[in-house]
Design a protein around this ligand. Structure first.
Ligand code: SF4
Ligand code: SF4
Length: 173
């Protein structure tokens, strides 16, 4: 029995409940599905590579200071609504613990004390850079980072499609 699929406009708490339900019911089997497991491993490697690139450029440190010391984070309340249940389920399959409550009223539901809690993020979260950053860095530095990020985004897309196909087949949904 699978919980009714949530829509993009459903509250984040419902989407998290749906993802957790699917994970409980099908997580073990999903983690035995070879193509899915390969894609999850590929995504992990792509996330590590793009975060490493972000750290090497110095952007990570600027964003860390902006978020924790200057109160200028771009992870505002409401951004969690961009996420669907599938992307949250991918995070659970990657071992991420999803939050039960919002940490700060004006922050994204999916952010914790040390920043974003997710490993698999929405393309908006992966790509967003404010003007302060784009003005500070050479276009070729940003381009190099974009190349790494595109691997992350492409793998996420394939993962999304694979999980949907497999789960729909198993549940006849
Ligand atoms: S992208 Fe800009 S606004 Fe967002 S955390 Fe980094 S410096 Fe701050
Ligand atoms: S990066 Fe994470 S915390 Fe920030 S808006 Fe996206 S999901 Fe929320």
């Amino acid at each position: 029995m699978i919980l009714k699929q949530t829509s993009l406009s459903s509250p984040i708490e419902d989407k998290i409940a749906w993802a957790q339900h699917c994970y409980k019911e099908f997580g073990d089997d999903l983690l035995k599905e070879k193509k899915l497991v390969d894609l999850l491993a590929h995504l992990k490697a792509a996330v590590v590579a793009s975060r490493r690139e972000m750290a090497l450029t110095g952007i990570e440190e600027i964003c860390r200071r902006c978020d924790r010391e200057e109160g200028g984070s771009c992870c505002g309340a409401g951004l969690e609504n961009r996420y669907d249940g599938w992307l949250l389920l991918i995070n659970l399959l990657l071992g991420v613990k999803l939050p039960k409550t919002r940490q700060q009223t004006d922050s994204c539901f999916l952010s914790g004390k040390s920043g974003c809690l997710l490993m698999a993020r929405h393309v908006i979260c992966i790509n967003y850079l404010c003007k302060k950053i784009t003005n500070l860095f050479e276009p070729r530095t940003i381009m190099k980072m974009r190349e790494k990020e595109s691997e992350e985004v492409n793998t996420l897309f394939m993962l999304h499609e694979r999980i949907k196909t497999v789960l729909r087949k198993w549940t006849n949904a």
